[in-house]
Ligand binder design. Structure first.
Ligand code: AMP
Ligand code: GLY
Length: 423
């Protein structure tokens, strides 16, 4: 069969790498892809949000299955467009993707189905939002309602910071329309974890546990990023907690979406805060995590393609995924300066040498090919992912890879996985 993967980051490189191992697959296309993906798939020069052009391509090439990586095309309705044209596609439709696309939608869903999360109120009126912050006090969390490329959440330690954030979002509209309304919620302490489940809208197939590292510097300091590294399994998610997450969060979410007339199929990403052994939802995403996909898919033994197809067809019967009994750790190499401004087009060395190391994959995220040389193009550039018998071994493997790859001002955290070792 022919598969089209939509997207061009580290998550999509990992998906392509995993899909390429399936005996069911003859050919993989990726739009737009990246230089790492180009080693495994044919990259097509169509951006992930050019839905009509993607559809034309998929029809012309008779694509059997399209797998959508990023949230933007999902919230734009790529799944609806492909399904209406009779194509099989993995991911939630536009209505269901609101679970990520609108914080208000997801908070209301959780309230309706008693899914544990932070207490909250939504506001479309600036003065009312400010009054609420004054009533509640700090710390408090201010969120732009819509998609803001991961930057729309401000964890305010003081009332002044919270009010400044409301001003930025609602008056100065720094996130454009995404800030027409805000959600203001209770600050939750604890440890974060990421939880994923494949679903066809009715049945669910949970994945192994994982955790990412959101802050840019060691010891969780500095601003939030898309993720500076991840590992799986995450010891904070014990077997008991795993069952609690499935029973009290994942199951009611999928049932609630179906009940509300917008069944969710694809992969559901639940961002969790765990405190005193109890999980609460921080947010939902309508897609795989990046970089969580890197360690998770390196550990996945089962063929992923039948799972993706079954979700797309509403026929998910499989009740478990086989995993390698190993740990995996992904260290993200970022451009120096990320998540703020950074220099681009710097040549990257050591990729050939890293490719010779066993149990190690260097997934490309923000790379480009310039005059025959791989250069940095985005904030997060590479995801160096190692496999090992223990988390310690996987950390060592990943950093062995990190040592051989370099470019000017490359930045990475030195403590990826350390939280797992401390348990
Ligand atoms: P989100 O975009 O909703 O994932 O938020 C980004 C990050 O902000 C999360 O990963 C958390 O670290 C933090 N965050 C979001 N909501 C809360 C909350 N209610 N309490 C504490 N931290 C939060
Ligand atoms: N790693 C966080 C995300 O994918 O949103």
């Amino acid at each position: 069969m022919k598969v089209l993967v939509v997207g061009g980051g580290g998550r999509e490189h990992t998906l392509v790498w995993k899909i390429a191992q399936s005996s069911l697959v003859e050919k993989i296309y990726c739009a737009p892809g990246n230089p790492g993906i180009a080693e495994l798939a044919e990259c097509v020069h169509i951006d992930a949000d050019e839905i009509d052009t993607l559809l034309e391509f998929a029809l012309a090439e008779k694509i059997d299955l399209t797998v959508v990586g990023p949230e933007v095309p999902l919230t734009m309705g790529i799944v609806d467009t492909f399904q209406n044209a009779g194509l099989e596609v993995f991911g939630p439709n536009k209505a269901a993707a609101q679970i990520e696309g609108s914080k208000r939608f997801s908070k209301d869903l959780m309230a309706r189905y008693n899914i544990p999360t932070a207490a909250y109120r939504s506001f479309s009126d600036h003065a009312q939002a400010v009054n609420y912050v004054r009533e509640q006090g700090a710390p408090i969390v201010v969120k732009a309602d819509g998609l803001a490329a991961g930057k729309g959440v401000i964890v305010a330690m003081t009332e002044e910071q919270a009010i400044a954030a409301i001003d930025d979002i609602m008056l100065d509209q720094v996130f454009g329309d995404a800030g027409a309304s805000v959600v203001i919620e209770e600050f939750m302490g604890g440890e974060e974890a990421s939880f994923f489940a494949f679903t066809d809208g009715k049945n669910i197939l949970p994945l192994a546990s994982s955790q990412d590292h959101k802050r840019v510097y060691d010891n969780d300091e500095g601003p939030n990023t898309g993720g500076m590294g991840a590992y799986s399994p995450a010891p904070v998610v014990t077997d008991d907690l795993y069952r609690v997450i499935v029973d009290t969060i994942v199951r009611p979410t999928i049932d609630g979406m179906a009940e509300d007339g917008c069944p969710y199929s694809g992969i559901l990403y639940v961002g969790l805060m765990i405190k005193d052994g109890k999980p609460r939802v921080v947010e939902y995403n309508a897609r795989f995590g990046d970089p969580e996909a890197q360690p998770l898919l390196m550990r996945m033994k089962s063929d992923i393609v039948p799972v993706l197809q079954a979700c797309a067809r509403g026929e998910l019967q499989q009740d478990c995924i086989e995993w390698y009994d190993k740990a995996a750790v992904c260290v993200v190499l970022a451009s120096g300066g990320y998540p703020a401004a950074y220099e681009k087009n710097l040549p990257i060395s050591g990729l050939d040498e890293a490719a010779k190391i066993g149990d190690l994959m260097v997934f490309h995220a923000g790379t480009a090919l310039k005059d025959g040389q791989i250069v940095n193009k985005g904030g997060r550039v590479l995801g160096v992912t190692g496999l090992g018998d223990t988390v310690r071994d996987a950390i060592d493997k990943a950093y062995t890879g990190v040592k051989v790859v370099s470019w000017k001002n490359a930045h990475y955290r030195h403590d990826i996985g350390a939280r797992a070792l401390n348990r």
